[in-house]
Design a protein around this ligand. Structure first.
Ligand SMILES: *Cc1c(COP(=O)(O)O)cnc(C)c1O
Length: 377
């Protein structure tokens, strides 16, 4: 028997056995009624998960493909956008903008901080933007931004509101329509519990109108092709068929559980994780901690890279490190999708072992008890 690692990373996340089983089935052809029926069901299911009555389009890309689609389909060379960049993923919008020579302004907060709605209000009062892009759960810092408050401000202007909820979807509450998000962007390998390979984009009426005038070049990600194809429950290019089949299964699981209950479960896991972290005398990195992932400051005197390496190589527990400037300074524990109390209990038990090995002092066993609340709680 092959032993598997315990994945406590914010994407890819573990995949439930029922979904793995579907992925291994013989390939079916996508230009068939059988596939069309499945794709229709998946597209409807995504709308429920996104909390939108608008269509959600599926790209055979990772989440970043949908980020790019959220820009090139709605902008023209004369437009200026505003990007809220508080971490590596907010900065990704800037990188995409740079590569297309899209004019942009940036609102920044230090890593670990959330955006203040008042700052956005000031920026939008000073200048007109074609679109504002923000990150729901900034996975690199563990911060969840107040999308509801930010959306209210953007909605008062002509700007579109694009939100990267690649890791936030199904982990932290997101109400796409109610919160006036025009473009909600996600991917398959996080809260949706399927392997990587699919990117998603929900598009509001306001965004559809803007699309008509957008002149940036695109081919593979040309949304008009996807809109036309979706009318026939179809994709313009060969989709990642088996991942779509896996998604049908995971959406079935999520629907049975209920989106509200998924959020509640994640909140419970996140609270337990934050309590466990504090019980070890460790500090949270995020000012507004997310329910999908917890970022923890590496304590003084401990080598953060070594910590994660020993944890993975000797214990088979995979947590995520900090990215670029945050490397070695924080580590991140995910609690979204198919990650359970049991996974976190083992993860923290092993984390304690490694912290002790590296000379950090704490009350042994202090963290694990938070993951023993059972399934009926
Ligand atoms: C994972 C992640 C991405 C990148 O998604 P890919 O699927 O790797 O392209 C972007 N933004 C956020 C917030 C993420 O968590």
């Amino acid at each position: 028997m092959t032993k598997h690692n315990i994945l406590l990373t914010p994407g890819p996340t573990p995949v439930p056995p029922e979904v793995l089983e579907v992925l291994a089935r013989p390939i079916i052809h996508h230009r068939t009624n059988e596939y069309r029926k499945i794709f229709k069901e998946v597209s409807e299911g995504l709308k429920e998960v996104f909390r939108t009555k608008n269509d959600v389009y599926t790209f055979t890309t990772s989440g970043t493909g949908a980020m790019e689609a959220s820009m090139v389909n709605f902008l023209s060379p004369e437009d200026t956008i505003l990007v809220l960049a508080g971490g590596k993923f907010g900065e990704r919008f800037l990188e995409i903008a740079k590569s297309f020579s899209i004019a942009y302004d940036v609102l920044k907060v230090p890593y670990g901080q959330a955006f203040e709605p008042a700052e956005l209000e000031k920026a939008l009062a000073a200048k007109k933007y074609r679109a504002v892009y923000a990150t729901h759960l900034e996975t690199s810092t563990g911060v969840v931004n107040d999308i509801q408050a930010l959306g209210r401000i953007v909605a008062k202007t002509d700007a579109l509101f694009g939100v990267d909820t690649i890791s936030g979807l199904l982990a932290d509450r997101l109400e796409t329509d109610e919160w006036q998000v025009d473009l909600a962007i996600s991917g398959s390998q996080k809260g949706l519990m399927v392997p990587p390979g699919l990117g998603f984009l929900s598009v509001s009426e306001k965004a559809k109108r803007a699309m008509e005038k957008a002149r940036f070049p695109k081919y593979y990600l040309d949304l008009k092709l996807y809109i036309k194809a979706l009318a026939d429950e179809d994709s313009p290019f060969t989709p990642a068929i088996n991942v779509v089949l896996g998604l049908q299964k995971s959406l079935e699981i999520i629907k049975k559980r209920g989106v509200e209950n998924v959020w509640k479960d994640n909140e419970r896991l996140a609270q337990a994780t934050r309590s466990a972290v504090k019980a070890l005398g460790l500090e949270l990195f995020a000012s507004r901690p997310a329910n999908g992932v917890t970022a923890v400051k590496v304590p003084q005197g401990v080598d953060g890279s070594k910590l994660l390496k020993i944890l993975q190589d000797e214990y088979g527990v995979v947590m995520a490190g900090g990215q670029s400037e945050m490397k070695g300074k924080i580590f991140r524990v995910a609690h979204m999708g198919y990650i359970t109390q049991a996974d976190l209990a083992v993860g923290f038990e092993c984390l304690e072992e490694v912290l002790a090995k590296l000379g950090y002092t704490f009350t042994k066993g202090a963290s694990v008890k938070f993951f023993a609340y059972g399934v009926r709680a």
